[in-house]
Design a protein around this ligand. Structure first.
Ligand SMILES: [Zn+2]
Length: 264
């Protein structure tokens, strides 16, 4: 059951601060997405997944906080429109915002991520919050939670789903087709001369290499948006929504005192 924090009053929020309530904060990015997708693609996708999945949790109350749109995008700065926070600022913001929710009595806080570059800082934030207080702060990118489902739908091979790719282009074609400049869609899958590093949200990589995306893309795309369709976008979105809703229902029961049993 979806509640929108931004539209509620403080007494209503206070009423929801009880065991079993999940607070979900979508986090995206404001960065270039090639010549065919809008700058706010990651923010738009994260927010849509958050709202739709919160609607699909049945009786489980999910309080959706307003989107955190500015994030880790310094590696896209070669491309106009990108607006980035430093890692230090972003990390501090995530921890401070989470601690506000903790202060108000929430114990199950989930940051739903829509931009790969955010993930390392979100993970560090989750550890730092737990070092300070005993609450469940969880973080995940929606393509991690729905990885199996995305694999089953995708048609591209390794490298096809990364940035302004088969997945993101399909999702925006589904959500806001008027924002997709279809005449500018072009595939770009860099041919890596090493097996150790690559770009694919689902297949991952063995080694992380510090990079500027301009190092290996001229138009800002890596992936295969030529395979994208609105119908595929709906299939991706429905599968992602269901998977995230399943997670939220389970997460609402998480309590660090009972989440596991000891072997001995
Ligand atoms: Zn993106």
């Amino acid at each position: 059951m979806k509640y929108l924090l931004g539209e509620m009053t403080w007494p209503q929020v206070k009423e929801l601060a009880r065991p079993g309530t999940v607070v979900m904060v979508p986090v995206g990015a404001i960065e270039q997405h090639g010549p065919h997708l809008p700058i706010d693609t990651d923010a738009r996708c994260a927010e849509a997944v958050a709202h739709r999945s919160a609607e699909a949790t049945g009786d489980v109350p999910v309080l959706v906080a307003p989107l955190q749109s500015y994030a880790i995008s310094g590696h896209h700065m070669e491309f106009p429109g990108t607006m980035a926070l430093s890692s230090q600022t972003f990390l501090s913001a995530i921890i401070e915002l989470t601690m506000c929710l903790v202060h108000h009595g929430f114990k199950n806080i989930f940051w739903l991520n829509g931009h790969g570059g955010n993930f390392p800082c979100l993970s560090v934030a989750a550890r730092d919050v737990r070092n300070q207080v005993k609450v469940c702060m969880a973080v995940a990118s929606f393509w991690q939670i729905a990885g199996d489902q995305i694999k089953a739908i995708r048609e591209s091979g390794v490298g096809g789903i990364a940035h302004a790719c088969e997945l993101e282009t399909s999702l925006i074609m589904h959500l806001r087709p008027d924002l997709v400049r279809t005449e500018h869609i072009k595939k770009n899958i860099p041919k890596w001369r090493t097996p150790w590093f690559g770009m694919d949200l689902i297949y991952g990589r063995k080694v992380m290499l510090g990079h500027q995306v301009a190092d290996f893309t001229r138009n800002g795309v890596f992936g295969d948006p030529t395979l994208s369709t609105p119908e595929k976008g709906k299939r991706f979105m429905d599968a992602i929504t269901q998977a995230v809703a399943d997670f939220l229902k389970d997460f609402s029961t998480w309590d660090l005192d009972t989440l596991y049993t000891y072997d001995e």
